[in-house]
Design a protein around this ligand. Structure first.
Ligand code: NZQ
Ligand code: ZN
Length: 389
């Protein structure tokens, strides 16, 4: 096991009606706030009015940036940064899902950069300062509410890149599971697949030595999603189910589950190309890729961990051989994503054919190799895309 540093600066308010604490928290950061949100769901669910009331209580001067897209665009980030520069914004308030929070993180950095935010996303320029960020989460999926990641798309160049920086974490996040009651079955399924994939990609499917406690915690987060996602889909206002998914979202990617692993996030690298080229929902791409990727990398060395996942998370028979147990685990995962959660299982069903696979595979590997459970070359990645057709 490796040495590691664990540091997470985000203060969390969790529970029903915790929004009542927003006024005192936001006021700590100054007087001028840029409220950032997506395509209007926060107005439809009545959250916008509650947030505005809190900002009025805190005597904040409110500026707004609405219309953040799923797979947020760098052009939207630039718009937000311009408002910050022009108006002298003190603090950013993101209200929404991962896309809104990610865009807000990029705005927080771009507000101090004299140029196109795309330079920061692609590391042509380094982030050296960020505005404070407060978030109100409305969709359990990405972990953006408690991590330093942000993923931004440049739709003109078919590129979607992200970066992680500890300073990018929200300073405070408000997690009220009732704000996710209106997330539809499809987004609940996609978000649940995303949570699982963070555990798989960042930590669980590895050949590196890990602390057993962390492996068990990873399995607990995975099992939590397997138990509660179907309940949330059947009964959208089940508080326990929504609460468990929300906290699983945060803990899957807040750093606690990883002890210094150095591998690439393989399925995420492959999926970000799908979203970049076809603007699909991130979690759906992951659900389609993950079982095919596991089948592709299955061998004597990878089988024990895949089987362990099947046995401890999906109820696979422990007395099977490693290879047979691993095969059953992959089948059970397919059943969970495509039958229980009801997600379409093939890229062709999302209107995707193989014409861009070569370019996508090269970009996913950055023209070299994806280091992971098994290292993947662009040819391997292209083959995995084909298995998903
Ligand atoms: O735009 P609005 O109107 O708000 O509607 C959204 C959007 O259409 C809707 N929605 C959100 N909360 C809702 C709701 N609808 C009804 N009721 C609510 N309470 O859901 C749709 C999807 O929202 P979005 O924010 O795009 O989803 P998600 O949270 O899954 O975020 C996906 C983005 O995060 C990135 C993904 O790549 C993708 O761009 N990721 C960010 C990560 C990070 N920051 O660490 C890691 C992840 O691996 C991921 O890459
Ligand atoms: Zn993800």
């Amino acid at each position: 096991m490796k040495d590691f540093v664990f540091h997470n600066k985000t203060k969390i308010y969790f529970g029903k009606d915790i929004i009542k604490n927003l006024n005192e928290e936001i006021a700590k950061f100054g007087k001028k706030v840029l409220l950032v949100y997506g395509g209007g769901s926060i107005k439809r669910i009545g959250l916008y009015d509650k947030v505005i009331k809190e900002l009025e209580k805190a005597n904040m001067k409110v500026f707004e940036l609405s219309g953040v897209e799923p797979n947020p665009r760098h052009t939207t980030v630039n718009k937000g940064a311009d408002i910050c520069k022009k108006e002298g914004i003190d603090v950013l308030l993101a209200v929404g899902g991962g896309s809104t929070i990610d865009a807000t993180k990029a705005i927080a950095a771009a507000a101090y950069y004299d140029g196109d935010c795309w330079d920061l996303i692609t590391h042509k320029a380094e982030v050296d300062k960020t505005l404070p960020i407060v978030s109100v989460l409305t969709l359990s999926a990405t972990g953006s509410e408690m991590d330093g990641g942000c993923v931004i798309s440049n739709i003109e160049t078919n590129e979607k890149y992200g970066y992680f920086a500890p300073d990018n974490n929200p300073d405070v996040s408000f997690l009220d599971p009732t704000n996710t009651y209106t997330v539809n079955a499809y987004q609940t399924a996609c978000g649940s697949a995303d949570i699982m994939s963070h555990v798989f990609d960042m930590a669980y499917f590895t050949k590196e030595d890990q602390m057993e406690m962390l492996v068990r915690m990873q399995e607990e987060v995975l099992s939590t999603v397997v138990k509660y996602a179907p309940i949330a889909i059947k009964k959208p206002d089940d508080y326990d189910a929504r609460a468990n998914l929300m906290w699983a979202s945060s803990w899957a990617l807040n750093g606690f589950l990883f002890d210094g692993l150095s591998q690439s996030t393989v399925c995420h690298a492959m999926e970000h190309e799908l979203s970049a080229f076809y603007d699909i929902t991130h979690g759906h791409g992951l659900a389609i890729l993950t079982p095919r990727w596991l089948s592709y990398v299955l061998d004597e060395e990878t089988a024990p961990r895949i089987k362990r996942f099947g046995v401890n998370v999906l109820g696979v028979n422990p007395s099977l051989s490693d290879i047979d147990g691993a095969k059953d685990a992959i089948k059970a995962l397919e059943k969970f994503f495509f039958e229980t959660l009801g997600l379409k299982s093939r890229l062709s069903e999302l209107g995707i054919d193989d014409k861009d696979f070569k370019a996508m595979a090269e970009k996913a590997c950055r023209f070299d190799v994806l280091h992971g459970f098994t290292d993947l070359t662009p040819d391997d990645v292209e083959e995995i895309y084909r298995m998903c057709l």
